[in-house]
Ligand binder design. Structure first.
Ligand code: PEP
Ligand code: MN
Length: 338
């Protein structure tokens, strides 16, 4: 961190600030110029708030050199993290994980039918929402506990580990005891109480990028989970809100190499929510694999036109199967497997 102080800073104020900074366990490199005094902070500055420093009237400018996150930071943890989801390893050079299933669990039989189909096609994890964050309060809100129990039964029948969304802290035990991967949805990416709560449990967490979150805000949300004690975090890009209306959201593919450079966490891409259009799922999914994604999350429904949520961005099982065949070829081209 570099702090630029006004030349007119009174000595007492300067000494007070230097004492404060020395108390933050960093070394100070002070350079006295004609117009400004520049103080370079050497060491771990993650606990120092640049906003607080900027509130000081003698501070002209504060520039952060080091990222504000530490546990998620590749600089402090150079090797890739591998997260184990019910026996499926995600990250580093492991197989690309394919998470597939309906947007929402609608019935046990429907879920199991889809689960068998996606498993046959090559999926390794079954998705299905039981608690659904819907834009309208009049839309299907999910089956709740019954949906969670359906996921347990589908796992028993197919052997596929499951992923489902946690929306509130009061359902944390229910989800943690019954699913293999807890999803924190885009709308809750900055629900800090929820992040701290999943940080305290021993279950992997998939953190979706917030609808209008910057990459740094997203990594800081992962840092919350990790700082609370849970290192098993997977990041999931699901598109962000932009001015573009031809897609539901705008897929930000560049996050894949950026996340890999800045963090050591696995990154999964969700082309269903990113595009909102089943026709766009395949090209975006293939591009994500080419760009180095560690996994995909895809909505699949056997009757998309009758789905209770997100039918228009769900693939029919046969289309999903075709996609996986192509995805295997792209994976091979980049030295990965599915
Ligand atoms: C979902 O995956 O079911 C979901 C609601 O996704 P998102 O939080 O990305 O909108
Ligand atoms: Mn959905």
């Amino acid at each position: 961190m570099i702090i630029t102080l006004k030349k007119s800073t009174p000595k007492a104020e300067f000494d007070r600030l230097m004492d404060y900074l020395e108390g933050c366990n960093v070394r100070l490199n002070i350079s006295y110029g004609d117009m400004f005094t520049v103080v370079g902070l050497v060491g771990d500055t993650t606990q120092i708030s640049e906003r607080k420093l900027e509130a000081n009237e003698w501070v002209e400018h504060v520039q952060r050199v080091q990222a504000p996150y530490k546990l998620a930071n590749r600089m402090f943890h150079p090797e890739d993290t591998i997260v184990d989801v019910g026996g499926v390893k995600i990250g580093a050079g492991e197989k690309i994980a394919i998470m597939a299933g309906p947007c929402a669990v609608e019935s046990l039989e429907g879920l199991c039918e889809i689960a068998e189909e996606v498993k046959d096609a090559g999926a390794s994890i079954l998705r299905g929402g039981a608690y659904k964050p819907r834009t309208s309060p009049y839309s299907f809100q999910g089956l709740g506990y019954e949906g969670v129990m359906d996921l347990v039964e589908a796992r028993k029948r197919t052997g596929l580990p499951t992923v489902s969304e946690l929306m509130s802290v009061d359902k944390i035990d229910e989800l943690a005891q019954n699913v293999d991967l807890i999803q924190i949805g885009a709308r809750n990416m900055q629900n800090f109480d929820l992040l701290k709560a999943v940080g305290r449990i021993n279950k992997p967490v998939m953190l979706k990028r917030g609808i209008s979150a910057s990459i740094e805000e997203w990594i800081m949300a992962a840092e919350y989970i990790m700082a609370s004690g849970n290192p098993n975090v997977i990041l999931c890009e699901r598109g962000i809100k932009t001015f573009e209306r031809m897609t539901r959201n705008t897929m930000d593919l560049a996050v894949i190499p950026i996340i890999k450079e800045k963090t050591h966490l696995p990154i999964v891409i969700d082309p269903s929510h990113a595009t909102g259009d089943w026709k766009l799922i395949e090209p975006v999914a293939l591009a994500a694999i080419a760009a180095g994604a560690d996994g995909l999350m895809i909505e699949v429904h056997n009757h998309p036109e009758e789905a209770l949520s997100d039918g228009s961005q769900s693939l029919k099982p046969e289309k999903f199967k075709e996609l996986i065949v192509k995805a295997r070829k792209v994976a091979e081209a980049v030295g990965r497997e599915i």
